[in-house]
Design a protein around this ligand. Structure first.
Ligand SMILES: *Cc1c(COP(=O)(O)O)cnc(C)c1O
Length: 418
């Protein structure tokens, strides 16, 4: 069972000022979780989480994370600009882009961001673009092949296909790249890798750490480059389904520490900083899309129409992703009705839930769509002329702050040439 972080009464009061649909975030939940992550890696003096801005590109959220000691991970010009305007500076910004336009490297350099190169050819491209190679530089590693973790009864706990992913250097390119970068003036090196997404497993980070730590030792020995940091990137997941277990970040941090002690420390590399670039783990459970049931329809199936649509939350339409739904005020009612909960796009995949057992829904009920805090609002779009919703930040004392207003038709028309 998933419990909403706000009550029906609270959300009805909020909806009186901010009409549905809206995304709402739980400030205290975000803070406590950021603190758990920091504590889990507190054994590593250089540890830093660089929040993946693409997950929730909203200043009200970024500033809150900044207060908790996080940096940002950016991959576009506007994400860099937003980080700068939110007060992130220099080494607080990681720039992990791919297919990078030159102006993005120019801005990243100007802000003093740490640049994480996606490809061997970007070494010369960066040099040609900004005129030199920064002393601190990172390279993204792609080991190729399949990445699988421990066979369980249900199958592989984690399975992804780096060999089919567009990102990163091959192993050979990484060794060549480090030598080349060193010859061009780099002094402090980092390695980065992202092998699997949304992992529900305490073993993903430790397994990745094992691979990257071993690689770091070999790289340092063969190239003489000083490895200053290892970036485990994103990929720690959240249980979108109520029956899935939660990751235990304290356990994950401890297991990474064991790999560190086993592999890096004996190689004389006990000064390496660990970085993370979590997005989903930092925010997903602490955001919700609140929408109102506006229509019901009985044809071959039972439909509940709501005032949000895939333009506000694309994951179900795009990936068939599960998002749990609580009908507010009916938390304890039996789930004895089978519904498709649908938005108003002229697209039949605009369904927040298909054949979902829920309590009887009446027109006017508020629905709390869980776990939309990351890759929720941010993947929104304007198809069908639907507009993006407001975003609200709910504080521990119950107060609410508007951190992004809803779009208006004027916003939609602003780019048009008549
Ligand atoms: C998307 C992304 C992340 C965050 O991924 P999550 O699955 O949200 O943790 C981190 N790093 C990079 C480079 C990314 O592209």
């Amino acid at each position: 069972m998933k419990t909403p972080f706000a009550t029906k009464q609270q959300l009805e009061a909020i909806a009186a000022s901010y009409p549905t649909p809206f995304h709402i975030y739980d400030a205290e939940g975000i803070r406590q979780n950021a603190r758990r992550l920091k504590k889990a890696f507190s054994w590593n003096p250089g540890f830093r989480e660089y929040f993946a801005v693409k997950a929730t590109p909203t200043p009200g959220i970024l500033k809150l994370l900044h207060q908790e000691g996080c940096g940002t991970d950016c991959s576009s010009l506007t994400e860099l600009m937003m980080s700068d305007r939110c007060g992130f500076h220099g080494e607080e910004i990681m720039f992990s882009s791919n297919e990078t336009p030159p102006e993005e490297y120019v801005l990243a350099e100007k802000l003093g961001a740490t640049i994480n190169l996606d490809d061997f050819t970007h070494i010369d491209f960066l040099k040609d673009t900004i005129g030199y190679i920064p002393e601190t530089i990172s390279c993204r590693f792609n080991p190729g092949g399949l990445f699988q973790l421990s066979d369980t009864k249900e199958g592989f706990q984690v399975m992804d296909n780096p060999g089919d992913a567009k990102y990163g250097f091959t192993r050979e390119q990484l060794f060549e790249g480090f030598k080349k970068l060193k010859a061009m003036g780099a002094k402090n090196f980092g390695i980065h890798s992202f092998l699997a997404s949304n992992t529900i497993s305490n073993d993903y980070y430790p397994a990745l750490a094992g691979i990257l730590f071993q690689l770091a030792v070999e790289l340092q020995q063969e190239t003489g480059c000083h490895i200053g940091f290892i970036n485990l990137s994103g990929g720690i997941g959240v249980p979108y389904r109520p029956d899935q277990p939660e990751n235990d970040i304290a356990l994950i941090g401890e297991a990474v520490r064991q790999q560190y002690e086993k592999i890096l420390v004996p190689a004389g590399m006990g000064d390496v900083a660990i970085y993370t670039e979590l997005g989903r783990f930092m925010l997903a459970p602490y955001g919700a899309l609140v929408t109102r049931a506006t229509h019901e329809k009985h044809i071959y199936k039972e439909y509940i129409g709501v005032d949000a649509c895939a333009a506000n939350l694309m994951r179900p339409a795009m990936y068939g992703a599960y998002h749990h739904i609580t009908v507010l005020g009916k938390e304890h009612a039996p789930c004895d009705h089978k519904y498709d909960v649908v938005g108003g796009l002229c697209e039949n995949n605009d369904k927040f839930a298909v054949d979902r057992m829920l309590p009887k829904i009446d027109k006017g009920d508020l629905l709390f769509i869980h776990d939309t805090g990351a890759h929720g609002f941010s993947m929104g779009y304007q198809y069908n002329g639907r507009l993006r919703s407001a975003e609200l930040l709910l504080e521990k004392d119950g107060s609410v702050e508007l951190i992004r207003r809803a779009e208006t038709p004027d916003d939609y028309f602003a780019t048009l040439v008549w």
